[in-house]
Write a protein that binds this ligand. Structure first.
Ligand SMILES: Cc1c2[nH]c(c1CCC(=O)O)Cc1[nH]c(c(CCC(=O)O)c1C)Cc1[nH]c(c(CCC(=O)O)c1C)Cc1[nH]c(c(C)c1CCC(=O)O)C2
Length: 341
C-alpha cells in the first residue's frame, strides 16, 4: 500500500519522521456535529456500527474535518462479548448495558470463542470499505479491548465506578476468571487478525480499566493476556494503552509491541525511563486541557510536545476526547502538534 501520509506507521516503528503524527482516541463520533447527523439517521449506536457504509463514513469524517494523521475504525470494544454470545445494548446517555452477565461455570458454557471474520463480518466489511475510500490518505487503526476490560463489562453488566462484581469474581473464582479471560483472548486474536487481513494498518489494545487492579492482580489477570495477543500478532505495529496502569509501565516496556499509550497521570520523563528507549510513546495531554481557550490549548500542547521531544512519539490525548469538547479546540490541538518544531 502506497500511503500519502504514513507518519503514524513510521513513528510506531521508530523510523525517522518529518514531524510528530497526531490523532485522538475516540475521534470518530462524539464531538462532530457531522457524526451526530449520521447517527440520527439510524436507530442508534449499534445500528450505525453494524451498517458498514455508515461506519466507514463516520470513520473518515475526522480525516476530512480535523486533518488527523490516522483513521480509527468506528466500532466498539463491546462487539467481542456480543460475538462470544453475550449481546449488549447502548443506553442513551448512560452507556453500555448487558441483559445477561457471566457469574458461573454454567454461564461460561453458553459462550464461545468468537471467529472474527464471521461473527464480526460487519466490522470487517466496514474496514474494507474504509480502506478503499481512504485510498492511502492515512493509515487505518484497528482495535480491540484488552481481555481484562472486556471481562469487567461481561461480569459487571455495565459501566461502574468500582467494577466490584468483576473484581469480586477474581477473588472468588480465579479459575473461572482465567477460563473466561482465555476465551476473550482467543476471540480477540482471531478478531484482530481478521481486521488486519481486511486492511487495518496498526492495531491498538484498550485496557480502559487497568487502573482498578493492584499490581499483582494486573500481572495475573491482565498483562499476561495482553502479552499473548502481542505475541500472536506479528503482521502490523501494535499499541497497548492501559489507562491507570502506572505501576505496570516497566513490564509494559517488555511487551512484544511497538507503542505504549500514556494517560495524563503518567509523567513523561519518568515513563520514558521505565519503559525504555525502544518503544514509541503515545499521548498524553489531559483531555480537559481542550476546555481552555485557543491560547491555553496551544500552550498546554506545546508543553506536552516539549517533554516528548527527541524521542519516539505519537501525539494524542491521555484518554478519549470528551463528548462536549468544542471541535475548534480539537483543531487547535492538532495544529499545535503540527506546528511544533
Ligand atoms: C471503554 C470503551 C468503550 N468503548 C471503547 C472503549 C475504550 C476506550 C476508552 O476507554 O474510552 C472504544 C471505542 N468506542 C468507540 C470507538 C470508535 C473509534 C474512535 O473514535 O476511537 C472506540 C475506539 C465508539 C463509541 N462507543 C460509544 C460511543 C457513543 C455512542 C453514541 O453515539 O451514542 C461511540 C461513538 C459508546 C460507549 N462505548 C463504551 C462506553 C463506556 C460507551 C458509552 C459512553 C461513551 O461514549 O464513551 C465502551
Amino acid at each position: 500500500m502506497q500511503f500519502q501520509n504514513d507518519l503514524l506507521l513510521r513513528a510506531a516503528k521508530g523510523e525517522k519522521v518529518e514531524r510528530t503524527p497526531v490523532w485522538l482516541m475516540r475521534q470518530a463520533g462524539r464531538i462532530l456535529p457531522e457524526y451526530r447527523a449520521v447517527r440520527e439517521s439510524v436507530s442508534g449506536f449499534i445500528e450505525l456500527a453494524q451498517t458498514p457504509e455508515l461506519a466507514a463514513e463516520v470513520t473518515i469524517q475526522p480525516v476530512d474535518l480535523l486533518d488527523v494523521d490516522a483513521a480509527i475504525i468506528f466500532s466498539d470494544i463491546l462487539v467481542i462479548p456480543e460475538a462470544m454470545g453475550l449481546p449488549y445494548e447502548m443506553v442513551e446517555k448512560r452507556g453500555p448495558w448487558f441483559p445477561n452477565t457471566v457469574s458461573s461455570a454454567a454461564d461460561l458454557k453458553n459462550l464461545r470463542v468468537a471467529d472474527g471474520a464471521n461473527d464480526l463480518s460487519y466490522v470487517i466489511k466496514a474496514i474494507e470499505i474504509t480502506k478503499k475510500e481512504l485510498n492511502g490518505r492515512v493509515p487505518l487503526i484497528g482495535f480491540a479491548g484488552a481481555p481484562w476490560t472486556i471481562f469487567a463489562y461481561m461480569v459487571e453488566g455495565s459501566g461502574s465506578k468500582t467494577f466490584s462484581k468483576a473484581r469480586a469474581m477474581l477473588y472468588r473464582e480465579p479459575k473461572l476468571s482465567h477460563q473466561l479471560l482465555q476465551m476473550i483472548t482467543d476471540s480477540t486474536v482471531n478478531y484482530l487478525k481478521a481486521q488486519i487481513k481486511a486492511g487495518a494498518d496498526l492495531v491498538q489494545i484498550f485496557d480502559s480499566w487497568a487502573g482498578i487492579l493492584g499490581p499483582e492482580q494486573y500481572d495475573e489477570f491482565s498483562l499476561q493476556y495482553i502479552a499473548q495477543i502481542c505475541d500472536a500478532i506479528q503482521e502490523v505495529p501494535k499499541t497497548v494503552f492501559a489507562k491507570g496502569a502506572f505501576f505496570a509501565r516497566e513490564a509494559m516496556g517488555k511487551l512484544n509491541c511497538d507503542t505504549i499509550g500514556l494517560d495524563w497521570n503518567m509523567g513523561i520523563a519518568e515513563s520514558r525511563k521505565m519503559i525504555g528507549a525502544d518503544k514509541t510513546l503515545q499521548g498524553n495531554l489531559d483531555p480537559a486541557a481542550l476546555y481552555g481557550n485557543p491560547d491555553q490549548v496551544r500552550k498546554a500542547t506545546q508543553n506536552m510536545m516539549e517533554q516528548f521531544k527527541g524521542s519516539r512519539h505519537i501525539a494524542n490525548l491521555g484518554h478519549g476526547v470528551y463528548p462536549d469538547i468544542d471541535p475548534e479546540m480539537v483543531k487547535v490541538f492538532i495544529q499545535s502538534v503540527k506546528d511544533f518544531q
